[in-house]
Design a protein around this ligand. Structure first.
Ligand code: ATP
Length: 211
């Protein structure tokens, strides 16, 4: 069974593309969702993150990264506080990626193996915004990169999330560039047109895979 990867920078349209591929019969493994579950309230990983990035951690900056929840004994991750610790230091970022990515890859591999047993699906779609950064590409037969001009991506995200231009630009700049990703991808889909055009381009790719 084919494993198709989909990736792209913030606001490129990868979620839109993944939605269309799902409608064609692909079963989706969502790397972002797995990442969110790993750091959900009360998750055992929070203790590990606290030991490394919390106030007394090796990479800590005196900032608390966990908060108490209304349920006794259940901690909540303060994502903003963690980001301020992790994104201010390259070594901390590398350690954070190592902790998260290794666990994420293990779960992705397991989910893919489960989906391989299904008969009524067209293929498996691995939706991973950090496809190359996390090493998810090693699990894909082909990777599709969705791209769009940066200005258009900024406009689309501002409209979608109500975020400020500065915030979107900062997030775009923290990611691997499209040029770098395009060198690694098997297919590059330009999503500067409308969604019908995006779907047509995806149809072409999927039809090509069956030949
Ligand atoms: P993020 O990384 O921030 O989650 P994404 O790459 O998954 O973003 P989408 O959420 O699919 O991007 O698209 C960003 C916004 O742009 C959404 O509101 C989506 O509806 C819109 N959009 C996507 N493709 C197009 C298109 N071809 N034409 C017009 N709007 C589009």
């Amino acid at each position: 069974m084919i494993v198709l990867g989909i990736t792209g920078g913030i606001g490129s349209g990868k979620t839109t593309a993944a939605g269309y591929l799902r409608s064609l019969g692909f079963a989706c493994v969502d790397a972002d969702q797995i990442g969110r579950e790993l750091t959900a309230d009360g998750s055992p990983l929070l203790e590990i993150l606290d030991r490394e990035f919390g106030p007394d951690g090796k990479y800590g900056r005196g900032t608390a990264i966990l908060r108490d929840s209304s349920i006794e004994g259940i901690k909540i991750l303060d994502r903003k506080a963690l980001a301020s610790v992790v994104f201010s230091d390259e070594k901390a970022r590398a350690r954070f990626d190592e902790i998260i990515h290794s666990r994420m890859l293990r779960i992705i591999r397991k989910q893919i193996e489960e989906l391989r047993k299904k008969e009524n699906i067209r293929g498996i779609l691995l939706d991973a915004p950090l496809m190359y950064e996390a090493g998810c590409d090693t699990m894909c037969d082909h990777v599709i990169l969705v791209t769009a001009p940066v200005e258009l991506r900024i406009e689309r995200v501002m409209k979608r999330d109500g975020s400020t231009r500065e915030d979107v630009v900062r997030r775009i700049n923290s990611q691997m560039s499209d040029e770098e990703k395009a060198r690694l991808a098997d297919f590059v889909v330009d999503n500067s047109g409308d969604t019908d055009e995006l779907c047509r381009k995806l149809d072409e790719i999927v039809e090509g895979l069956n030949k």
